[in-house]
Design a protein around this ligand. Sequence first.
Ligand code: NAP
Length: 590
Amino acid sequence: MPQHIHYPEGGEKITVGSDGRLQVPDHPIIGFVEGDGIGPDINRACMRIWDQAVERAYGGRRKIHWAELFMGEKAAGLFDGNYFPDETKAALKDLLISIKGPLTTPVGGGFRSLNVSLRQELDLYACVRPVRHYAGVPSPLKRPEEVDVVIFRENTEDVYAGIEYQSGSAENQKIARFLREEMGESFFDEAGIGVKPISPFGTKRLVRKAIEYAIEHDRESVTLVHKGNIMKFTEGAFRTWGYEIAREEFADQTITEEELYATYGGKRPEGKVVIKDRIADIMFQLMLLRPTEFDVIATMNLNGDYLSDAIAAEVGGVGIAPGANMSDNVAVFEATHGTAPKYANQDKVNPGSLLFSGVMLLEHIGWSEAADLIAAAYEKVVAAGIVTYDFARSLEGATEVKTSQFADAIIDQMCGTIDLERIRRERDEAIEAERQAREQRRVVAPLEEMIASGRVPHTVADLMNPNLVTLSGDTSVEDAMHLMRERRISSVVVQPTADDEEQGWGIMTQRDVISRVVSATKQPSQVRIAEAATRPLITVAEDTSLLDCAERMGSDNIRRMVVVDTQGRPIGIISDTDIFASVEQFGLPE
Ligand code: NAP
């Protein structure tokens, strides 16, 4: 029998259906932890906003029934010094969906941190941080509205797993001896030693969640961020296992970036999520220079830690960044800042981080109308210069208000007229226009686009130009010339006809036309391209590494080769200038 936690009457529990999806009743019970320090101030303000949004969006048909759960100082007061009572753990699991304010980490007492305990106890393996810009929020970027990503950060592995051996300790000496004597490693004396475990299990469940999110929310891509070029068996393995889970479980809903270029010529097939990967350091540049390339990001603990704060800062959102920690079914949404104790009970701070964590919660349970209403009202209020003290510092001419007054202003806006239909339509249109512009760039100049978007090519298929024009050997040279001029290409691939099958595939370049047709005063309309073509084709298999390809080009003194698939069919062209451009951008290939 719970001592202090009571579920409100009139509410029903959220459950998981046999299809693994959340079953959300119209009157769900959702847990909340008020939090310490500024927690009560922001929680009070946010609850009013969330409840009002649900009321407005569904005309009273839906309502959240809040169940207070206890963690932190409030729990310690009620449960005899216990900061994280079993009753709360059980309720968080039982209710599936909860939201919490910030918690003080008790000093001493053997705690690492309440947040770490929470993640471990409930196996909340994915930290999810959506980052987008809200109009009016101060940002250092020229076009902050281009940033709209959701980061899935692995929560349980990596150097964060806490496997560390302090310099000088007996354990450190033991492991150092083992590494030197048994494994032949060398490193400086007295080095502290940390271990970085990355497992297929940990990787796959995280990437699975990211892909599921992308499919459900019609996102274009999932990017695996890693430093696999240096840490091959941990970060590199994360990349490998990430692609593996996409292939194993989402073959019908996903394609790789390689397929996007090689098979689909840069045009994303309707509804398919593109799985791609980026080296972590390049990712930081790209999020500043080409943020529209990215939708959902899946990465390990340490990369995710750096990346989520850096991207949040781009949109001025560190103070208002929302977040959630999730397991397969349990989700705890939370403000990402701390308890800011110096502002406690002053009704002063910005409720944005908790507020948008609640917006995430509403989206998670499928109540997107209420979520959109809050976001739209928030933008109107901030655009009118009504902000809390922190934003007032950087917004000239702003009106500084208290936390509760800020909540009042949002509620006022929600009660006025907000044309949600129009806001959504404009947003969808902007996203679609952006997608089409990107697609156009990929189709017109695939190689330039690939390199500029940070994709590191490994094989000739990664780097080749897939815009190959193949014509039957029976085509007249005249027709081929028209086509070459129209498409601005200097060669066409010649397919053998039934009569000359044994000669195989060939290529006809502009130079061939000059030397074999024009200079021989033959009429281009009278000559078949099979007669003007060069055969045999100099080919390279699609899985050839760039280094091997470069070596062949050098030793055979050739400038371009036709890339063929496993059945020997031409699928693209690679030239020495492609390899030159790739090495210039990414250095020597592995
Ligand atoms: P903090 O509480 O996040 O506060 C640092 C500064 O950030 C504040 O002084 C304030 O800056 C600004 N700030 C934080 N929340 C704000 C808000 N809602 N509105 C406006 N400004 C806000 O970090 P801390 O001082 O390092 O940590 C305090 C306690 O929180 C510690 O016990 C720590 O363990 C805990 N903590 C908890 C969580 C969590 O529960 N998720 C996370 C981090 C830290 P200005 O002074 O410049 O105005």
